[in-house]
Design a protein around this ligand. Structure first.
Ligand SMILES: Nc1ncnc2c1ncn2[C@@H]1O[C@H](COP(=O)(O)OP(=O)(O)OP(=O)(O)O)[C@@H](O)[C@H]1O
Ligand SMILES: [Mg+2]
Length: 260
């Protein structure tokens, strides 16, 4: 049964989507069956997986609004070798339309239950907000992966995300939601600031901080414009290697939990 990872941080541009796409491709490289769910109306995870957003008739929006079953909406990323539930522009309206629906926070979770056995990992790319779409992602997830840039204000706003996570646990919507890990992204090992903030993160998060960090690497930024994960675009790039290492670290972390 799949382990469901939500990638979230309401800060914009911290590498959520880059992590979602490249982690999906890296886990697929290790022969895992992966589904990537694009929960962001920007649809960047879909585009970065080589999917033309404009042609998506059935996607995350239609699943959330119960207009289709999830299995009928899943498509395949050839460049990434994983499955995708894609976002199209209509997802922007979901936030408003869902408000009137019953069990609005449970929509994605309920949909995922029906296909969970078909995958090893389900990865959810959340938008940079803490509104209903992200809440659907957190309610559906087993673990939360928080990407962070090692800059001065890195920790600012994080308390809102942690508070939301606690509320979701306490409300009973998803009592077992845990932090899978905190990931340093766009990391510059030569910068004193990065090193200083990284030390703070280590103190603050302890074992939650992934040992693997993701370096700032131009190939990671270029790959989406070619509609492919970095693994397909440049298998030897430093960024590609970092995401492969992250995939291994995550598999070990999750295997340990399952054995406990
Ligand atoms: N490790 C990296 N090295 C170089 N560029 C990166 C790296 N990670 C992300 N980027 C670039 O930084 C920008 C923001 O990354 P990304 O879209 O993954 O962030 P995000 O958190 O998903 O943003 P949003 O909050 O808008 O959804 C993109 O242009 C991406 O290509
Ligand atoms: Mg994004």
């Amino acid at each position: 049964m799949a382990y469901v990872i939500a990638i979230a941080n309401q800060k914009g541009g911290v590498g959520k989507t880059t992590t979602a796409v490249n982690l999906a491709a890296s886990l697929a490289h290790y022969e895992k069956k992966v589904l990537l769910i694009d929960l962001d109306p920007q649809g960047n995870a879909s585009t970065g997986s080589g999917i033309n957003k404009g042609s998506v008739k059935l996607g995350t929006y239609q699943v959330l609004l119960d207009e289709t079953d999830i299995a009928s909406a899943i498509i395949h990323s050839d460049s990434g070798n994983f499955d995708v539930l894609a976002a199209n522009r209509s997802l922007a309206g979901a936030e408003v339309e869902l408000v009137q629906e019953i069990a609005r926070e449970m929509r994605l979770r309920n949909a995922i239950q029906t296909i969970r056995d078909d995958y090893d990992y389900i990865i959810i790319d959340c938008p940079p907000t803490l509104t209903l779409l992200t809440i659907n992602g957190l309610v559906a997830a087993d673990g939360l992966l928080i990407p962070m840039i090692c800059e001065y204000y890195a920790l600012e706003g994080l308390s809102d995300l942690i508070a939301t996570m606690r509320k979701i646990r306490q409300s009973g919507l998803n009592p077992n939601l845990e932090i899978l890990g905190v990931l340093r992204t766009l990391y510059d090992s030569r910068s004193n600031l990065s090193a200083g903030v990284s030390e703070q993160l280590e103190q603050h998060f302890g074992e939650y901080l992934f040992k693997t960090d993701i370096p700032r690497n131009i190939r990671l930024a270029e790959a989406p414009s070619h509609g492919m994960p970095a693994l397909a675009y440049d298998a030897r790039a430093k960024g590609t290697e970092a995401y492969l290492a992250l995939a291994q670290e995550i598999q070990q972390r999750i295997d340990k939990k399952v054995k406990k």
